[in-house]
Ligand binder design. Structure first.
Ligand code: 5AD
Length: 350
């Protein structure tokens, strides 16, 4: 216990550990260390963001995907997946509704849909920005060329989320088919950053074959890359994937890592994810109390919610956007936090 406590102190002081130290922190996880980390993470988060929680309206614009990731319910081999693509009009309608509910960031997320061309996306981006000039637009559309990322940026996109999925190269190969590459994904993240996007990475906790050494690499990557945003949530099996019988990740490990990530890079925008809220009924509250400061409720039309099924039993698929938002505001108030209306940019203190 003594060694664990001294590692936590040194993480708090230096915002960095060695790979073997991160691994030790993960292997020796215990409730006492989790409580200590959560307390330190909350102090840091409060110092920068007070008791405010940022919200992003998530719009799932297409579930068509050319990739075949073993863990994902919208992988191309899943014949049970009922495919859809929102029209530009539907997307604008979602933004309009979101705006009236107080959202000032819209996240356009989709599978890697070949029909979402640069031209089509640029038109959508310009229309959203024209309709809502005071809003930020975040894209989460997977791997594209540098030229494409540049065009989307020039058309008004502010932020881009691309989870690196795992910083263990071997592990990456166990989660993806051979036509996907770890190096290319990492290159995309570098491209996004150098173009000027506020860039987000992330990974699943408890994904199949994940070891403490893989997680240590994830933490080391976050320490060196210093992402503006970092999305982490538990792996949850989907019945129509090769990983259907794999055990799910758990909320406690996810929260532990949320706290560690807050200590590594205090300003990071850290969502308490839908997957965390799915694996535990009070998962999102636990995530916030562990150091997260962002929520991403769903703004997609209710008619498509169930079709964007990365994993089974996803929460809020039946709720109207307004209901989601109201319910979350109440739940955050109950634990002493306040959802605010604003773009919610990262606050980098000196
Ligand atoms: N369980 C949890 N998260 C998943 N994702 C994809 N499939 C699953 C699953 N079965 C995550 C991936 C992806 C993000 C959009 O959702 O990390 O990057």
């Amino acid at each position: 216990m003594e060694k664990l406590l001294s590692l936590i102190d040194s993480l708090e002081e230096r915002h960095a550990l060695s790979l073997t130290e991160y691994e030790y922190l993960i292997d020796n996880r215990c409730p006492e260390a989790a409580r200590l980390l959560a307390r330190k993470a909350s102090v840091l988060r409060r110092r920068i963001y007070g008791n405010t929680i940022y919200v992003r309206g998530l719009i799932e614009i297409s579930n068509v995907c050319r990739n075949d990731c073993f863990y994902c319910g919208i992988r191309k081999s899943n014949r049970d997946c009922d495919r859809y693509r929102l029209s530009p009009g539907q997307i604008l309608e979602c933004c309009k509704e979101g705006y009236s509910l107080g959202f000032r960031t819209f996240v356009l997320q989709s599978g890697e849909d070949p029909l979402l061309t640069d031209d089509a996306l640029c038109d959508i981006l310009r229309a959203v920005k024209k309709q809502h000039p005071d809003c930020a637009v975040t894209l989460s559309l997977g791997e594209r060329s540098r030229g494409s990322y540049q065009k989307l940026f020039d058309a008004g996109a502010d932020r881009y989320l691309l989870r690196h999925e795992t910083a263990g190269k071997e592990h990456y190969r166990k989660l993806h088919p051979p036509d996907m590459s770890y190096d290319h994904r990492m290159q995309c993240l570098q491209d996004l950053r150098s173009i000027g996007y506020q860039t987000g990475c992330g990974f699943m906790t408890g994904s199949p074959y994940q070891t403490a050494s893989d997680l240590a690499r994830d933490l080391k990557f976050i320490e060196t890359f210093q992402p503006d945003m970092c999305g982490i949530g538990p792996f949850i099996p989907h019945k129509s994937t090769p990983f259907s019988h794999m055990p799910p990740g758990d909320a406690a490990l996810t929260c532990y890592l949320l706290s560690v990530i807050r200590l590594i890079y205090p300003p990071v925008l850290l969502p308490a994810t839908t997957a965390l809220g799915t694996i535990a009924p009070d998962g999102r509250e636990k995530g916030i109390l562990a150091g997260a400061n962002v929520l991403m409720p769903n703004l997609s039309p209710v008619s498509v919610r169930k079709k964007y099924e990365l994993y089974n039993n996803k929460i809020c698929t039946g709720d109207e956007s307004a209901q989601c938002r109201e319910q979350l505001a109440k739940r955050m108030e109950a634990i002493g936090y306040e959802i605010i209306t604003g773009r919610g940019d990262i606050i980098k203190t000196a």
